[in-house]
Structures are given as structure tokens and as C-alpha cells.
Design a protein around this ligand. Sequence first.
Ligand code: ASP
Length: 621
Amino acid sequence: MTSATEVPSEPLASARRSCHCGELREANIGESVVLKGWLHRRRDLGGIIFIDLRDRTGLVQVRFNPGGDLPEDRYQAAHHLRSEYCLAIRGDVQKRPDGTENDKLDTGQVEVVVREFEVLSESKPLPFQVDEYDHTGEDIRLRYRFLDLRREEMQRNMLMRHKAYKATRDFLCGEGFLEFETPILTKATPEGARDFLVPSRLDPGKFYALPQSPQLFKQLLMISGYDRYFQIARCFRDEDLRANRQPEFTQIDVEMSFVTQDEVIDAMERLIAHIWKDCLGHELSLPVPRMTYADAMLKYGSDKPDLRFGCEIHDITKLFAKGCNFQVFNNLIKKGGVVRGFAFPGGGEKLSNTDLRPESKFSKRVTRETGIRAYAWFKVTEEGKLESNIAKFFEDDVLESLRNETGAQPGDVIFMVAHEHAKTCAEMTGRFRLLIGHTFELIDRDTFAFTWVVDFPAFEWNPEEKRWDVLHHPFTNIHDEDIPLLGTDRMSEVRSLAYDLALNGEELGGGSIRIHRQDVQSKVFSAIGISEEEAEEKFSFLLEALQYGAPPHGGLAFGFDRIVMLLTGEDSIRGVIPFPKTQTGLCPLTNAPGEAPPEQLKELGLKVTVKKKDPEGGSQV
Ligand code: ASP
């Protein structure tokens, strides 16, 4: 900052900015400043004109006094300033008159009285007010993302994103990781989604795939001896977009050589703790707790459990072995099904017996959001008795055990869900638990409840395709003792060396110790039905590299956008990505994806045969 005598009186447009708008404080009173920024808001009070001038650092009040400070013609010109004009001003920092201070603003004790101003560029009338966020639909905000990004909230999010990049780099560089870039035009990388394909002009009829992750390259870098790799990597997955998914997104991608699962987990939780400390000043308590996959699925019905509230789920199947005449349970249990239940503390007051009827609004919502067709319930009376429309089907000691098993207290409601498939039952009950937690505000929103989920099964039976699928990717190592089970009828017992980090019901990331032996890799491919020819065609380079002294290695990737979303408290990753796509994969700003000109298609040897969508609703060829 320069003092009044030091500010040179060169043309304002080219004069150097002396400080940022959001930096001015009482200590600057009496200084002459040159500011550059956008007209955020203006109040023309007939005599004095006030504007809030905004830049990336915040706002400052700027005052145009009639007579005195400004030549008359310039004062008149100030009446024509409009929202989002880009301005340069030269003026003096003064204390705001008593009673007009604004304590909500960092610069609220001062104002800048203008001596000179210049319009650097005008703005058309705005499609939405940059300071009125709530009333503007997301489509229009994405269409004019360059304006949307001017909003304070978005600037805060982008700043947080920057801080998170920096914290990541600082930590990993400090721990001896080397930063790499890996190819974007490459071959398929199996992460469970479709590939985006890019046609090759030089080799017509051939395609590159965009990487679903840098998985294979980071493994090759370990084989090349780089020991510790990281990349803040862009990944591309062509999948039907679910909430909080984007076709392109960013990962913090890490790989380490000569490490055990514990060492990767230790380094990665310290990375997360560093990011949380740097970005939020939040001290995370380490080590982060760990939970087995089996426990997570049983107690929370999810492999990314939300631990911010209780309502822990219990398997109560065995309680109904005798003393239960409720045929719905009995029939399902006979077929090998299970019953899961949890207590909703204080639920008795929140849900009336009418709410609990199958046709009620509440029950319909449960079905819609969880897939549960019918649930059973008990209310615990003040005396500790269980009451329900189905109580008569259960003997007293069964009800007593049910209350003990679920830990239900007087005033609670016990919910129960039965299904013939244990995993389906677990997932549905888990969704029910979350619905209760969210609806009745049982969740402490100021908590960061992290947990590692470990000991995943390596494979999962795919009943539609009638084959085993990998739960992570096919390069995930398995426990040595389980290698002989590969390809046998005990595939479900094979345990992987994979680990995921969950936070507040979101998966922050996951990884594994990798297979570093070519013979094991080939066995895993064949166990999941990838033939030798297919493996050769898709991953020959990896299989080959594994034969040249591959070190044991492992790593992980965190979803960077999701991390920033959680750091900012946004509920969508679109809020923390500068230029995201819509839920349907479109970019309203650029209009991507677009059509390709015929000459370009010809060069690529491509012909488009699909029907184009007609915006009017019909279709045309
Ligand atoms: N490549 C994996 C993923 O993108 C992460 C890892 O295993 O390191 O999910």
C-alpha cells in the first residue's frame, strides 16, 4: 500500500493497483489507494452515490461525493455506473461516519472516497444478480458460469479448492512423493464404468480411451522404481450420472512401493488430517478408526457408513427361531432369509401409530427411498413393554430379547426389515436408518466422522451375468492364504487387501495393495472370466512389466471434488468444480457435447448413424 504522496498520477486504467478491495481496514485511514474490481451493488441516494466494489478478496464501500472530491462531469458520469461494470478507482480511505459502520463486513469500518474513476469495461444487464444466489436455477448459473463464479460463495469454494490442492502437494512432497502426469489418451482402465473413446485420425478405425483412473500407469511407475508417486489426476468415467458424479472428476492418486496396508493407511490418514488442518484449522484425531466390511454392512447397511449418529443395526434373525408366529418372518427365515432391526431413539413421540401404517405418507416414503416393501415395528412403552399391531404373534420372551438386542429404551421405536438375501436386507435397512437419521435430524452436522473400511471380500457374485465380479479393480491383491481358493467354489471367501475411507456416509476414497506377481494376476483374471487373450489384448503391458522385478506396492485414490465438497459444506460436487456438467452430462456454457463437422468425421473415418434428438421433441435422422 502506498501513501497519498506516493501514488503516482499516471492514467488510472494503467495505474498499478495499490491493494485489494477486501484488505482495507481502519489502519489504512488517510491513505490514497488505487483499486480495481467490479461494481457489486450501488445505492444512488440522489446526492451521494455509494457502490460496493468487489474483487476476489471481498468488498469495500466506495463513495462518490458531489462537488469537491470529483470534478462535476465525472460525478455525473458516476450515475451511469451499473452492476458488474469493471472499474478502476483512485481515492482516499476514510473512517465511515459514526453509526454507518457495517460490522458484518471486514472492511465495514472504512470507505473509499473517490477522486478519480475509470470504466475499464461495461457489463450488459445481468441474467441474474451476482449477489442473489438463492433465486437462480442451476441451469442458468451453469450457462453463465463466468458470472456465477463471481459470487462470494463460489469464490470461497474455489479458494478452498486451491487450498486443498496446495495442502495435498505440501504434504505429499514433504513425505517424499514425486508428482507425475500420466497419459490422457490411452487404453481402457477398468474401474467399473464405460470408457470415453477418442477416435484416432492417424490410425482410422482405432480409438484411444480416456483413463478411468491412472491405475495402470502408477503401477508401472512403481515397477520403474519411483517408489512414491502422486498425481492430482483427472479421471473420466462414462456412466449414468448419479447424484454427485461427474463424467470427469479429480482424484488425489497415490502409489507407494514396499509397503503394507497399514503403512498406506497411516500415510493417507495423515494426508487427510493435514488437509483438514490446513483448510479448516480442524484437528483430526488419529488413528482413524477401522471397521471391517462385514461389520459396516451389518451395523450400518453400507460400506461407507455414516457414523454421525447411532441407530446401529442388529441381526435379529435368530431371535425368531422359536416363539414367533409371524409368518412373514418365519417364511423368509425358512428360505435362508434374515431379519435386521434398529432402534430409533425417541421415535415413539415422532411417529404416531397412524404414521406407521403401511399406507401412510411416511411408509410410502420409506418404500420409495429404501426399496423396503413393508417394515415391522414395535413401540417401547414407558414400562418397557413392546407394542405393535403384530405384537400378538410374538411370545413375551422373544420381545424381551428383541428389546435387549436392539438396546431400545422406553419411548423408542424398533424397526425391522426382513429379506431373503442378506445383502439386500442390509442395504435396505441401511437406507432406512439414514432416512430416519436425516428426517428426524439425528445427525450432528458439525462432526467429521471418519472410518476406514477394511477386509473387503475380493469378489462378488453377479447373479444377472452369472459370474464373479471384483469388488475393487482386478489388480487388487488378495490374502496369500486365499490364493488357492481362486477359481474354486469358495470364491466368496477370498479376502482382498483393499481399504476405503468413509466420511459422514460418503466414500472419500479407496485403494489396495496390488498384485505384483504375474502368475497371481493371471489367476485373478481367469477367476473373473477374463480370458488369456482378452487379458493379453487389454493389459499385456502390465502383465509383461510384472515379469521384470515388480516391487510389492499399493496405493489409493481420494475423490478430490468430494473432499472439497465436504470441506466447504456444499451438498453437491458441482458447487466446487469450476466448470461442471449437468446431471445429464451437458455443459450449458459451451454446449458440449456438440456435433462434429462432416469433414472432420471423414478424416476420422467415422459415420454417424444414430438419430439426432430434436429439441422440439421428435427425432430426425
Ligand atoms: N484406481 C483406484 C480408483 O480409481 C484407486 C486405487 O486403487 O488406487 O478407484
